[in-house]
Design a protein around this ligand. Structure first.
Ligand SMILES: CC(C)(COP(=O)(O)OP(=O)(O)OC[C@H]1O[C@@H](n2cnc3c(N)ncnc32)[C@H](O)[C@@H]1OP(=O)(O)O)[C@@H](O)C(=O)NCCC(=O)NCCS
Length: 170
């Protein structure tokens, strides 16, 4: 089992025992606004855990599950790259844990899996996320117009950000 140690957080593959804690975090307004989800968030997370294309890691901080970070990949050799997404308990936002989690996973994807390019796609108005990813070295590529449907049912812009291996701020 791959366990990744950051400066503050520990990332462990998500297991069934994590689901209730993660569903409670997904249910907070701050996270639901960005991750959406159906009424049964525990079922959503359980379904994601069955998806072979998603690699989910639970973010642990001080022995507690405080969020999830996941990655997926494009394995066509001519376009090979990986993408990241995450959420954290809102009571802990703004303390550097997101930056630590993204940096730790980015190191793993580059060093252990050999990806030369990573992407991440926050909503264009998600200033905290964009700032967090920039601190790891992600650079804005451009706005993806009407990229994702928000909780209100309307289409919102996304910001595509990318990081090349040499740009990772370790
Ligand atoms: C995005 C998220 C993972 C970031 O985690 P975090 O632990 O809060 O991030 P960090 O503390 O490492 O970094 C956030 C930075 O944004 C800054 N920030 C927060 N709100 C901000 C705002 N409205 N405008 C500008 N900067 C802001 C913080 O001050 C911090 O920067 P600093 O360290 O230079 O002070 C977390 O906020 C989260 O889970 N949000 C809800 C779900 C979500 O949006 N997921 C991302 C989907 S792409």
């Amino acid at each position: 089992m791959t366990v990744l140690h950051g400066a503050f957080v520990v990332l462990r593959p998500t297991i069934a025992e994590d689901i209730l804690a993660l569903a409670a975090i997904r249910a907070t307004p701050e996270v639901r606004a960005r991750w959406r989800g159906e009424d049964d968030l525990a079922a959503d997370i359980a379904a994601d855990l069955q998806d072979p294309d998603i690699h989910a890691l639970t973010v642990h901080y001080r022995q507690r599950a405080v969020g999830m970070i996941q990655w997926y990949s494009e394995e066509d050799p001519d376009y090979r790259h990986a993408g990241i997404d995450l959420f954290l308990d809102p009571t802990l936002h703004g303390n550097g844990l997101g930056t630590d989690a993204v940096r730790t996973l980015a190191c793993h994807l580059i060093d252990d899996h050999g990806y030369h390019r990573l992407v991440i796609d926050p909503a264009a108005d998600n200033t905290a996320a964009i700032h967090c990813y920039a601190k790891v070295g992600f650079q804005p590529v451009g706005i993806m117009r009407q990229y994702e449907r928000g909780l209100d049912g309307t289409w919102h812009d996304g910001l595509l950000m990318e990081l090349l291996a040499a740009e990772l701020m370790r």
